[in-house]
Design a protein around this ligand. Structure first.
Ligand code: LLP
Length: 418
């Protein structure tokens, strides 16, 4: 997990803040994030890219809370966005338009126009039809749109099928075989300016090899595209590394870059500007979710530990059968007898579980922390079962600040008519 989460004097701490105190003061479910953990994760990428022309674009879909965005904006990051909503959100948080790349297969004309007016760094284009639409919108507003084509390198990222994106059968990017023709088409469109090439092979990748494989495939294309007279200024390798959820051992970001830079240099492309779009690895282990045990329900086949957080707050187990560590806020006494529970939420479907077969020594009224909950939890939260979304707290050393208030139940039907 993260060095910023630890028991001290029997209490689970995030940095220098006792989590039980936060749960008491702000209620649960409550997401809590460590600023130092985010900056520490970012530093590994920065070290790996030191001395190169590079831009780290935080993939804000992982966690788009304004205060989280501001941490990365203040640290000089760019952003990877996938919607007009994300564009407005990151600008509201102080993100710099000139450092934004816009990914996604379904950009609308309105989103494209707004991004052009804001002056984003690059559109990561995913189809021939999209090239034509961006060209048309750019000419209509008297601009040239900077573009990169997302090529599908047909590389197996060896991750969960739902978060694997760089294989032939995926809906993303332009096939390797069609990429050169797509670049030649783009170069003829006067509303476009070709600036780069990008790929993204998947998420929660825990090995270096798939990245190197993808880079090799991309560099083959750069050679062919430049031989056709089209200059590729930057290479964007898509999302970042996986994280340790359950004893996973992803490489450190600086080790990943050492391997990638060696390959770039060996192939004579060491002069290109580099980009990467990490999401999970910058925030995943910087956050956790506090929840209160409501009921213990022993059963014939299973014991259930029913908590006040649910699949609407933490959708990853329901969606991907993902594993998150779950630990009590009060450190169990050595030798305390634990019972094995399925930790489940109050939502009325069997998919609403947070952890299965977990040995826990807890009582109703006590609190648990669901770990590795900084990425793809709050940003995927919903209001299913008319459950207000949780509050969020940002920790910095010994300070803790509420950065998102708990949603009020009345907010949930704003805009509706009976
Ligand atoms: N760039 C692009 C174009 C992406 O599609 C993604 C993630 C990223 C960057 C960031 O990837 P990361 O560094 O976080 O691996 N909800 C799923 C993950 C979906 C990832 C989608 N794309 C989960 O909870 O596991």
């Amino acid at each position: 997990g993260t060095p910023f989460v630890a028991y001290r004097a029997g209490q689970l701490m995030l940095e220098d803040v006792a989590l039980a105190e936060l749960a008491q003061r702000h209620g649960t479910p409550l997401f809590v994030y460590s600023r130092a953990a985010m900056l520490g994760a970012l530093a590994a990428y920065q070290r790996g890219l030191a001395g190169r022309e590079a831009l780290i674009c935080y993939a804000m879909k992982a966690n788009s809370t304004l205060a989280v965005l501001k941490v990365f904006a203040d640290a000089g990051c760019g952003f990877d966005i996938v919607s007009g909503g994300e564009l407005e959100r990151v600008l509201a948080a102080g993100g710099v338009a000139g450092k934004i790349v816009f990914s996604g297969i379904g950009k609308t004309r309105a989103e494209i126009r707004r991004a052009l007016e804001a002056g984003i760094r690059c559109f990561n284009v995913e189809s021939l039809a999209e090239l034509d639409v961006i060209d048309e919108v750019a000419r209509a507003c008297g601009r040239r749109a900077p573009i990169s084509i997302r090529v599908n390198p047909n590389v197996d990222a060896r991750t969960h099928p739902y978060i694997s994106t760089g294989l032939k059968g995926n809906k993303f990017g332009i096939a390797h075989e069609q990429a050169l023709a797509a670049y030649q088409h783009a170069a003829r469109l006067t509303g476009l300016q070709v600036v780069g090439i990008d790929c993204h092979i998947g998420s929660q990748i825990t090995e270096v090899a798939p990245y190197v494989e993808a880079l090799d495939r991309v560099l083959d294309l750069v050679g062919a595209i430049e031989a056709a007279g089209i200059r590729i200024r930057h290479i964007d390798l898509g999302g970042g590394l996986g994280i340790d959820y359950a004893g996973d051992t992803p490489p450190a970001a600086d080790a990943l870059w050492a391997a990638l830079l060696a390959r770039l240099d060996a192939r004579g492309y060491g002069d290109r500007a580099l980009m990467i779009e990490p999401g999970r690895s910058l925030v995943g282990n910087a956050g956790l979710c506090l929840t209160e045990v409501l009921y213990l329900k022993p059963g014939e086949q299973k014991n259930f530990c029913i908590v006040d957080a649910a699949m609407n707050d933490l959708p990853r187990p329901a969606l991907y059968e993902a594993f998150h560590r779950i630990v009590p806020l009060r450190q169990p006494a050595p030798g305390a007898s634990a019972t094995t529970y399925d930790v489940v939420g109050p939502v009325c479907e069997s998919g609403d579980w947070l952890g299965r077969d977990r040995p826990l020594a807890v009582q109703p009224g006590e609190h648990l922390a669901v770990l590795s909950a900084g990425a793809y939890c709050m940003s995927m939260a919903s209001n299913y079962n008319t459950r207000p979304r949780a509050a969020e707290v940002l920790v910095d050393g010994g300070e803790a600040r509420v950065v998102r208030q708990r949603e009020a139940v009345q907010d949930l039907w704003r805009g509706e008519t009976a």
